[in-house]
Design a protein around this ligand. Structure first.
Ligand code: PLP
Length: 379
């Protein structure tokens, strides 16, 4: 059966150019980068070269780049490693639109003397920046917010958050996971004290995260043992994955405009297709500030979960909000924060188009949706 993979925000198929480099590095450099012999030194050189390329692409110093096992680990490392709270400074201002890998560590911090101050969110899916201007203060320890939301694709006003943190000598943390290849960010948008990326979201390998922690900011290790990554993340480094991540990042940044045009074309085809087929739908959140190809779609009168299962039976892969909450019937916390009713929340699906999505895949989605919403369900 033909299939349409429209879940690129969960993970992207690996870019063959990155996959080729990864296979080559895996075979060619068998040494442990911590070993002193020639094989070890070669693996070290390749790893440090990958770090340098990542740093250059991101405009940071190589020593500021830490390879972790995932973006989830990177987020945990930063948030669980925040400076200890004091009675005078213990407030963390955070967006409730974050991925669970940020929300859950923050909730844990609450039990350790921090106060988490959740930002208000406007119905357009953006944190309410005007309102947040009143949330400064000398008690501010950190400001945490993402650049591109994984469920809605909505771009947040990250420079305003970083600026607020700076004004009160607080730290800033940005989740940049959904940005590479979708959005060409500015230096202001990547100017946080710490930020992180996930190569498998932009054609790189799964099982590697990239954490950037600026000079002067302590990065407390979460995983201790062998002292790798300048004593910040123990464990033998995944050399081949780091090399592939560097290639995937460079390509994503070089090709961001072409990929965005491709996604925008596929998105209009999809939305036009739904309209022509008379399928009632609404895009959740604003269109003014959204990356092309990421659609949180609401289908009134239908259950997102049932749509997802029926689409899968017809060869189409989509998701219910974030992948980590798929499989559970919890409503999306992102749509809830945007003020959607429970019914609206449950009737929503996430469709995420990728750089490799074809017109045929889009058409397969529209045809399947037309059959399902016409009551031609298979179950
Ligand atoms: N942050 C965002 C916005 C995400 O979409 C994801 C993955 O879904 C993550 C963080 C976690 O990334 P990883 O899969 O590398 O742990």
């Amino acid at each position: 059966m033909r299939r349409a993979y429209l879940d690129h925000n969960a993970t992207t198929p690996m870019d063959p150019r990155a996959a080729e480099v990864m296979a080559d590095a895996q075979l060619r450099y068998p040494g442990n980068p911590s070993s002193l012999h020639r094989e070890g030194r070669e693996a070290r050189r390749v790893l440090e070269d990958a770090r340098m390329r990542v740093a250059e692409a991101l405009g940071v110093a190589p020593r500021e780049v830490i390879f972790t096992g995932s973006a989830t680990e990177a987020a945990n490392m930063v948030l669980q490693g925040l400076p200890e709270p004091t009675p005078a400074r213990r407030r963390v201002l955070a967006s409730p639109l974050e991925h669970p890998c940020v929300i859950e560590p923050l909730e844990r911090l609450e039990a350790h003397g921090y106060t988490i101050d959740w930002m208000p969110v406007a119905p357009d899916g953006r944190v309410d920046i005007d309102e947040i201007q009143n949330r400064g203060g000398d008690d501010l320890l950190a400001v945490v917010g993402m650049l591109v939301n994984n469920e809605t694709g909505i771009i947040q006003d990250t420079p305003a958050l970083i600026d607020l943190a700076r004004r009160y000598a607080a730290l800033s943390v940005t989740d940049l996971v959904q940005a590479p290849g979708k959005y060409a960010w500015t230096n202001e948008e990547s100017g946080a004290s710490a930020f992180f990326l996930s190569p498998h979201k932009f054609g790189g390998p799964r099982g590697l995260g990239i954490l950037v922690v600026r000079d002067g900011i302590a990065a407390r290790p979460l995983i201790i043992g062998g002292g790798q990554e300048r004593e910040r993340r123990a464990g033998t480094e995944n050399v081949a994955a780091a090399v592939a991540a560097a290639v995937a990042l460079e390509l994503a940044m070089e090709e961001v405009d072409a990929r965005s045009r491709h996604r925008a074309h596929a998105e209009s085809r999809l939305l036009d297709g739904l309209a022509t087929a008379g399928i009632r739908h609404t895009v959740n959140g604003t269109d003014r500030s959204r990356v092309a190809g990421v659609l949180s779609l609401r289908f009134p009168g239908h259950y997102g979960e049932s749509l997802l299962m029926n689409l899968d039976l017809r060869g189409v892969a989509v998701s219910l909000g974030s992948a980590c909450s798929s499989g559970s019937i919890e409503p999306s916390h992102v749509l809830r924060a945007m003020g959607l009713t429970l019914e609206e929340n449950y009737s929503s699906l996430r469709v995420s188009i990728g750089a490799t999505t074809t017109d045929e895949e889009v058409d397969l989605f529209v045809t399947a949706m037309a059959q399902i919403t016409a009551g031609d369900d298979r179950d």
